[in-house]
Design a protein around this ligand. Sequence first.
Ligand code: SF4
Length: 344
Amino acid sequence: MSQDASTDGDLRNTGLSLKHDREWDYELDRIVEAVEERNATKVGLQFPEGLKRRGPAVADDLRAITDDDVTYMLSGQPCYGACDLDTYLMRRTDVFVHFGHSPMKESDKIIYVPLFSNVDPFPMMGDALDELPEEDVGLVTTAQHMNRFDEMKAWLEDEGYTVHTRKGDDRLTHEGQVLGCNYASADIDADQVLYVGGGKFHPLGLAMEHPDKKVVIADPVNNVVTVADTEKFMKQRYGAVHRAMDAEKWGVIFCTKIGQGRWDMAERIVEDNDDAYLITMDEVTPDRLRNFDMDAFVNTGCPRITTDDGPQFHKPMLTPGEYRIAVGDEPLDSLSFDTFHGTW
Ligand code: SF4
């Protein structure tokens, strides 16, 4: 992901912003209970990037309240979602705790501790009402604000709205929840959707995935209300597609992270194109691709890498759908947001 902490699309900035630093509820009791129940001696702790610095203190707190023979291990792998479990550490521990994201797939081994944002969403929701003139409104948010979703819905109803919500597909845990790669919870019967959460990139994906809907952003992290405008973003994507149209050699990235692998998709591209080479990797970064002598890349891993970090790669980086446009299999106007469905 982008190294610029001020970037809107940085997943570390969406609701877990250190601007609102606080004592999170790490649910230590739940962890201790699992450790005791399973007679665990090895416990893995995985934090998202913005909270990694808290890891040692959480390990200290756990050490103080569990037996001396329990060893706590911190994952040093980058982590941007529940799709991004440290499977190496997980296999070597009796209890594995994943902080900061809601479950993508339940497992007896994993304890998910969600870490909800403490910001008050209602002032910004109030400011957003001017942009929501119709009676029917959809409501979506990110995992970090999920603890207040029912309150948000009731608040909108009190304002006179008919609020439409739904749970998306298997990749999502909660009703109304969106991910950077999945907006199925906005498949609702309303022409306007209120997104409550930090950053602009989630709602941009939402607006591209649902072009017929007006997407209003109430951002309680940065205290702003805006309407998602996909034009600049679309221009950037069309630019990347155009630059890749002359490409001869393609690097096709298959991401080995547990929740980001789209093997069939990657394999199909390589089978159909003699000038395409499959590249497997976990973290997809500009540095790691620099030494490959390719004209363009297509990323079947996290779509946000392509859209948020695309301009930082030395060669055009496309989504699988954009690749099909660049090689002439699909028309230019079929360009759409790359979404992920299912788990693993
Ligand atoms: S694949 Fe989806 S859930 Fe995972 S980091 Fe990317 S946007 Fe987030």
